[in-house]
Design a protein around this ligand. Structure first.
Ligand code: K7E
Ligand code: CUA
Length: 659
């Protein structure tokens, strides 16, 4: 979204942008305008925050977990990127989570998060995240705050409108940001200028085992015209069964989109009747296509992830299945597409629009029944704008992006260009209040503000640019989040804090929803890892050809074994380390000198992890615990000796079993 600064250099907006760039910095002495001057957000040590906030890390590929209102960073959850801090993606058990059909991918760009819901309300079970680059969806288990599953989305290029979910977490959607040559046609090697004929935009509905494990599988894919699908929201309550997707580039340009995709006054929001799509598929109207995509799952009992390749995708063509998709004309180059808590109002955020359009779901159904269409696009009816419109918010600001709700009839929209959050009345389409952000806010969030039951209380703006607001840190400056109290009529900023990576969307839920379920340790009695060392007596070393397996235990404050000899050059050494602790908050770390492609292990109580280590030279290598676990943590160390390939040193270690 940093790219938006260039997108906006066009037409009318240019003037405003220039004004903003020159006019904004240094005009205001204090960003914190609330009466509390920050004190209201202070949560004293020993007291807990009221909310968890999960903020996407953007190009860091991770998720930041913060407490609200304190703004404290509590944890970084690694999802799509390797994380040396936790060894994620380095140790053997987690590597499969980063597998894709393109091989092992160590990074992605994570934009959006959504918490699982039941009856449209947060249920505190899972958190879903999208990979914007190599299209994937991840599920995070909120008992452990760890990535539990990743599924790849075939036939798409960039998974941006994702992972938005239906009211009971029946489906998680994924819409392609870049349309791409249809993979199922068998030929993707086509001239780029044949975009209009050959490129398709797939909307994927990923099924979730919402009653049990939460495991994902591909439900079906709707093969849409080749636009850029941007953001989406599920219908709620009365509009349950529908899904709304914004799209830009209805011009179908394939070069210089900055200009060529900004030609038309209106692009579209696609209204998708997914219940009807299910019916068509049940009647045999779908087509099964051959594909190849990866599904990765983490098994908590073996502490190990596995990867499998899947090959079938159910597809459906909207031109052949009338009634599943309608286009709602939407000004101009829409980005955000948000549905209010009642499910009646659908709000478009046209990046280049001078108004905010608000559509009525009831009017949309009436318009469909009365066939109030303005033609069609590739067989998909285009609804008449006026027939579907509830109202327009006039002069709201510049560069509207995203909207959240407080459940009291108010909407909050972020404005990237004019750097503000604007509060407005949904029924009246009237602006009620505006608050500046520093600067260029992207997404915003109200706790539960996308659900049927928002928790209100706060709105957070997540800013792309901080310029002069913090101490300089060289050419790269941090992004920021700004917290406003919205319990009164006026928004009041009460805190301002830096964020990791680039926060796009974020979600927040009451702390009580998660706190009680948080796992404290893994039970050793339930550890089914094939290389677990479940007591110090089980510690051992084993040679299998050139593979050396070390079954190692760790407990305050030693490893067993802590002396290993008889490893030879050419061997591949596997340190399978088990943390024998059963107390909360007692991890042990493990690292060996010169660990080539490894980082460390960071073992939770009761957990087993494996470090693969290939020595490159003879010698004696120290290893040690990396997490300060006791007064004698510095003593928690050992040695491994590596001898020449033809050496006669026998494999041995100081285990209890041998004595
Ligand atoms: Cu607006 Cu990728 Cu949701 Cu960023 S996106 S802001
Ligand atoms: Cu174990 Cu430090």
């Amino acid at each position: 979204m940093r790219r938006l600064t260039t997108i906006f250099v066009s037409g009318v907006v240019l003037t405003a942008l220039v004004f903003f760039m020159i006019g904004c910095p240094s005009t205001d002495k204090t960003a914190v305008t609330g009466s509390g001057q920050g004190n209201e957000a202070f949560v004293p040590p020993g007291k807990h925050d009221d909310f968890y906030a999960f903020m996407s890390g953007g190009f860091s590929g991770q998720i930041g977990v913060y407490g609200l209102p304190s703004g404290r960073l509590l944890r970084v959850i690694p999802v799509f990127s390797q994380d040396a801090e936790k060894g994620y993606g380095y140790y053997e058990e987690t590597k499969p989570l980063l597998n894709t059909s393109h091989g092992f991918i160590q990074w992605d760009d994570l934009h959006h998060l959504q918490l699982s819901v039941t009856n449209g309300e947060q249920d505190g079970r899972w958190l879903f995240a999208n990979a914007n680059n190599t299209p994937r969806i991840a599920r995070i288990d909120l008992r452990t705050f760890r990535t539990a599953e990743v599924i790849e989305i075939p036939n798409t290029g960039g998974n941006h409108a994702s992972p938005f979910i239906t009211e009971n977490t029946e489906y998680i959607v994924s819409a392609t940001r870049f349309s791409v040559p249809n993979e199922y046609s068998g030929n993707t090697d086509v001239p780029i200028e044949t975009y209009k004929e050959n490129f398709k935009g797939a909307l994927t509905f990923v099924k979730c085992d919402n009653k049990n494990s939460g495991e994902m599988s591909l439900g079906f894919q709707i093969l849409m015209p080749g636009f850029n699908y941007d953001l989406s929201r599920a219908g709620k309550d009365k509009s349950h069964g529908w899904f709304f997707f914004s799209c830009y580039n209805s011009e179908q340009a394939n070069t210089m989109l900055e200009i060529n995709a900004s030609q038309k006054d209106k692009d579209f929001i696609a209204a998708v009747n997914w219940k009807k799509a299910e019916e068509y598929i049940a009647q045999g109207k779908g087509k099964m296509m051959k594909a190849s995509y990866i599904h990765n799952t983490y098994d908590e009992s073996t502490h190990t992830a596995k990867s499998e390749t899947l090959t079938d995708v159910m597809t459906i063509d909207p031109a052949e299945c009338p009634g599943i998709v309608y286009y709602i004309p939407t000004p101009k180059s829409p980005h955000g597409c948000d549905v209010d808590p009642t499910g009646e109002y659908i709000v478009g955020g046209g990046k280049l629009a001078a108004i905010i359009p608000v559509y009525s779901f009831t009017k949309m159904l009436d318009a469909i029944n009365a066939k109030k269409f303005d033609g069609d696009f590739n067989g998909i009816p285009v609804l008449n704008y006026q027939a579907v419109l509830h109202g327009e918010v006039k002069k709201p600001g510049l560069g509207p992006l995203h909207t959240e709700f407080d459940g009291k009839g108010n909407a909050y929209t972020s404005f990237f260009v004019s750097s503000e959050i604007v509060k407005w009345d949904i029924k009246e389409c009237k602006v009620l209040d505006r608050a500046p952000t520093y600067y260029s806010v992207g997404h915003l969030l109200v706790p539960g503000g996308d659900t049927r039951k928002p928790h209100g209380k706060y709105v957070i703006g997540m800013n792309k640019i901080t310029k002069d607001r913090y101490l300089p840190t060289g050419p790269e400056l941090t992004q920021s989040a700004q917290l406003y109290d919205i319990s009164g009529d006026k928004m009041r900023m009460i805190l301002d804090f830096p964020t990791i990576g680039e926060p796009h969307y974020a979600q927040a839920c009451p702390a009580d929803l998660l706190k009680k379920n948080s796992l404290k340790s893994y039970k050793l009695t339930e550890n089914k890892h094939p290389y677990a060392t479940l007591g110090e007596k089980e510690a051992k070393v084993e040679r299998k050809g050139n593979d050396v397996h070390i079954y190692m235990s760790s407990i305050r404050s030693h490893f067993l074994p802590d002396n290993v000899e008889g490893v030879k050059l050419g061997d591949v050494v596997y340190f399978h380390v088990t943390n024998l602790e059963q107390d909360w908050d007692v991890p042990h770390g493990f690292a060996v000198k010169g660990g080539a492609d490894c980082s460390e292990l960071l073992l939770m109580p009761g957990e087993t992890q494996t470090m693969k280590w290939i020595p490159k030279a003879t010698g004696v290598y120290p290893f040690y615990c990396t997490d300060f676990c006791s007064a004698l943590h510095q003593e928690m160390q050992g040695y491994i000796r590596v001898s020449p390939a033809n050496s006669s040193v026998e494999l041995k270690a100081n285990t209890l079993a041998k004595k």
